[in-house]
Design a protein around this ligand. Sequence first.
Ligand SMILES: *[C@@H]1O[C@H](CO)[C@@H](O)[C@H](O)[C@H]1NC(C)=O
Ligand SMILES: *[C@@H]1O[C@H](CO)[C@@H](O)[C@H](O)[C@H]1NC(C)=O
Ligand SMILES: *[C@@H]1O[C@H](CO)[C@@H](O)[C@H](O)[C@H]1NC(C)=O
Length: 371
Amino acid sequence: MNMLNSDCKVVLALVCFVGLIFVCRGDENSGASFVFGDSLVDAGNNNYLSTLSKADSQPNGIDFTASGGNPTGRFTNGRTIADIVVEELGLPSYAIPFLAPNTTGRAILNGVNYASGGGGIMNQTGRIFVNRLSMDIQIDYFNITRKQIDKLLGPTKAREFLMKKAIMSLTVGSNDFLNNYLLPVISVGERISENPDAFVNTVITTLRGQLTRLYKMDARKFVVGNVGPIGCIPYQKIINQLKDDQCVELPNKLANQYNARLKDLLMELNENLPGATFVHANVYELVMDVMINYAKYGFKTASSACCSTGGQFAGIIPCGPASSLCGDRSKYVFWDAYHPSEAANLIIAKKLVDGDTKYMTPINLRQLQDI
Ligand SMILES: *[C@@H]1O[C@H](CO)[C@@H](O)[C@H](O)[C@H]1NC(C)=O
Ligand SMILES: *[C@@H]1O[C@H](CO)[C@@H](O)[C@H](O)[C@H]1NC(C)=O
Ligand SMILES: *[C@@H]1O[C@H](CO)[C@@H](O)[C@H](O)[C@H]1NC(C)=O
């Protein structure tokens, strides 16, 4: 009897071990990450769009193990913040791109990614790229996924799954400033007709509507990132011919204005939408910390991009086959003129998951997962 018991334990243990890697994929009990946003978290949707905003050529993805170093459409050398968060939370797979043809069946129960390079909260944001999925469209697509989940689990279980197991993350807003309000020529009319306060107000009102739509589709666990220090990215330093340690004031000022309103919005929604938790992720301060303390974190530079076409601060042309690549990719905060490297993403993502209230309020992502 004793023998049998211990044999059973070994067998069970093995089944569990294998199960974690293979069987639990597509299991609604494992937890899911639904990712909305822009190129910071796009996992390949723009590969399926006719758009100027693409990361489907080398050396993008060169450090992405799951693809053997081939480009996936991620706008960085390796994993995005959303990918790393999934690993840290122990979910079975990265959120898969909504537009990929094989994003079907039970795989969607571990999460779907709707993010799109160039996308923003406002419909017109990113039109310079010709095509991109703006937030309204990303949420329309979630509505399609929502119906597929109903079919897979039945309405009662589907609702429970979304309320308890699904984390909705929104990483969006930068393009509403960089590729809308602040864009030379295109947005001059808009900037004249709308002062910064009015524009920020329009963006916040639009976002309130979008988050409420997700709530109506049974989403209850949210994390919303604020806008990073967009006046300090290499792109801004190049076009404004700044020194290494300088930032452009207006974009950062707009980001701060939006961020203050976002914090209030999330507090308001926490009070007004019963059963929902909205976590505020202070991406601005997280990125600022890495940029200021870059040497302490082991980086060589926080102002030049690793993948670039040359020139001061390493060029503003998107990273591609014609770009030159830095020697040690782990020493650069920025992969290209706009996007952090995987090394920077790792530092930021770990703080999103386990960070304290300096960065994550009212709780961090591990606590959000557990409620
Ligand atoms: C979809 O296809 C891609 C590319 O072939 C593959 O890497 C990925 O694992 C597939 N996804 C699913 C959910 O089967
Ligand atoms: C934005 O586009 C969506 C989807 O195409 C549409 O439903 C919505 O009304 C548009 N919003 C505005 C403010 O134009
Ligand atoms: C989801 O789509 C259906 C149409 O299929 C529509 O009636 C409903 O209003 C949509 N829900 C949301 C929250 O957008």
